[in-house]
Design a protein around this ligand. Sequence first.
Ligand code: UDP
Length: 247
Amino acid sequence: MSNEAKVNNFVSIMGIPFVNITKEKLLQNHLFPRLIEKEKCYIVTANPEMVMRTTEDASYKKQVNAADFIVPDGAGIVIASKFMKQPIQERIPGFELMVDLLEFANDKGLSCFFLGAQEQVNEKMIDEIEKRYPHLRIAGNHHGYFSIDDPAVVEQVKASEPDLVFAALGSPRQEQWITAHFTQFEKGLFMGVGGSFDVLAGEVKRAPDSWIRLNLEWLYRLLKQPFRWKRILKSLKFMVLIMLGKR
Ligand code: UDP
């Protein structure tokens, strides 16, 4: 990787180095050039719950820290950085980063592999992608309910030679899958995108803009999907630890 392509401003939160850069600069100065140069890269969009998991699971921490770019997704990360007096410039929601990358792929005719979500959600999302991004090439797609080590899935992705691979397997599965197979690829931007396929397929709605602006996307998700309460508890634990000085 060329030096000028490196992000040099990070904020480390509980041992996870987050890039401290705006979404626009990340795209224009780092991700788009890499896509054009066909340089491999791995992006993690991490929220407080994922950071907490890294403190409890050393191998997961390695999988996250292997990323070229760890992006602050989740209001809690930005609030924590302010609390630590090292304010991160902005929150970069993984969903929005993915949409910008899809637009770029559409403009440049790049190919994308869509790995993850339930089979019918994945198919519905592919229909939506075809409608919204007619010049983007669909290298292939596969649902997310397979074993991380399943060689058939990796072979399918490899054979399609994608420029971008979106892995919507949830955490930690998406980081496990990417790091387990990354070295086998010669090119490709790999990104874990959590529940983004469900949103693109229209199965799950993102919070209204006003809620997002008020940093309340997590509350909207909790109200819509109450089974997520355990995750919110993890995020609360994260905030308490930050306030107690665990950095
Ligand atoms: N998923 C998957 N395989 C699995 C578990 C989950 O493909 O074994 C998908 C699930 O269908 C959903 C996404 O991964 O589309 C996880 O969404 P969630 O909102 O839980 O993601 P996160 O909160 O981790 O971003």
